[in-house]
Design a binder for this molecule. Sequence first.
Ligand SMILES: Nc1ncnc2c1ncn2[C@@H]1O[C@H](COP(=O)(O)OP(=O)(O)OP(=O)(O)O)[C@@H](O)[C@H]1O
Ligand SMILES: [Mg+2]
Length: 411
Amino acid sequence: MKKLALRLRQEAVILVLAVLIAVLAWIEGANVAVVLAILAVVAVAALLRSPLVGPVKVSAAPEPPAADPHSVLQPMVAPLAALDMPLLVVDQDAAVVYQNPASERAMDSFPPGAHLSAKLRSPGILDMVRETIATRVPNQIEHSERLPSERVYIVRISPIDLPSANATGQSFFLLSFRDISELRHIDRMRSDFVANASHELRTPLASLRGFIETIQGPARNDPKAQERFLAIMFDQATRMSRLVDDLLSLSRLELKSHIAPDQKVDLVPLLGHVRDSLLPLAGDLDVTITLDMPQSKVEVTGDRDELVQVFENLMENACKYGQEGKRVDVSLRNVPGQAVEVTVSDSGGGIPAEHVPRLTERFYRVSVENSRSKKGTGLGLAIVKHILTRHRARLIVKSEVGRGTDFTVRF
Ligand SMILES: Nc1ncnc2c1ncn2[C@@H]1O[C@H](COP(=O)(O)OP(=O)(O)OP(=O)(O)O)[C@@H](O)[C@H]1O
Ligand SMILES: [Mg+2]
């Protein structure tokens, strides 16, 4: 019905003309039946022919075709790909339109045109992205991940001002991931270090103050007690100065860690000297130190005093912590064509495997009580590691609980 009405409206001119002609013909005395027949033929022919003018489609002004995001972003791709910071470009719908290789490594590849949430589940990041897309104001948040490894990122989003994109009404946003895990780690180490150092100093200081108060007060007239307390105070003061010496030694080593030593040092007399200096301690602990060395010189490039410090600490540790094995064996190997190696072995209780990788951290001790009771500060192996790093040498630790420990220095 609608169609017929439409056709009638479209052919109105022809139909009205035909009716007019028919009326005139009838007035002029033409046969009514013939006039009506001709009128019917004209009307049917007019309605059946295809219209000259089709319905005019009314449409809004044509939109400029949306440019392919890849071609708009093309000039940016090479510089973004060259950066080793993970970067993503998203469009106004938060769909990922570009991902640089660093971000593919950090978070896998996004399927083409996928929404950001396909790989990034953090509600904090998604909220921030939504807000920046709406307001075009740059923003950043801190985001931490536990898996596959603990990492902390500063995630930043900011609009990209691209004239070619603005012209087509598109907008793009750059999402960058700055990895600050290393910085955080250093920060934590620094604050742990300060906390540990002050803690180590606080204990002997508190005990010194306590004894001074006792000597000034209750023990004022008790020379015997005073003598006993003064001996303990002397021990505590010695412990503090040892700690300060170790800390200074560490910071000096850090300062020159990049300068390799250049003296020639013969390890044969050096190891003999270190053993001799430790004989009183070994005697007290009832430990024998044996030396197995070639007759000839074994020279390495190094700093004599620093190497003395290394072997003193290794032999002292072996005596103190491997005491129950009763012996410490020091061997020097110099096989032609191979690295010079010094091994300090004890047959003591050994070190559980989970502690071995952390032994060279500052203040790290397997048992704090055991180490303190042996006047240890937990800095010895940290100093050893620093010295060996400067000497481009390695420290290899092999330990078996119940069998003993081997510390090997490989030059
Ligand atoms: N030969 C060893 N056998 C068993 N445990 C060891 C041995 N050598 C080191 N350790 C463990 O490693 C820890 C760290 O040693 P390190 O030499 O750094 O510190 P320390 O001996 O306690 O103190 P410092 O050397 O400053 O006097 C020790 O506290 C001890 O628990
Ligand atoms: Mg030590």
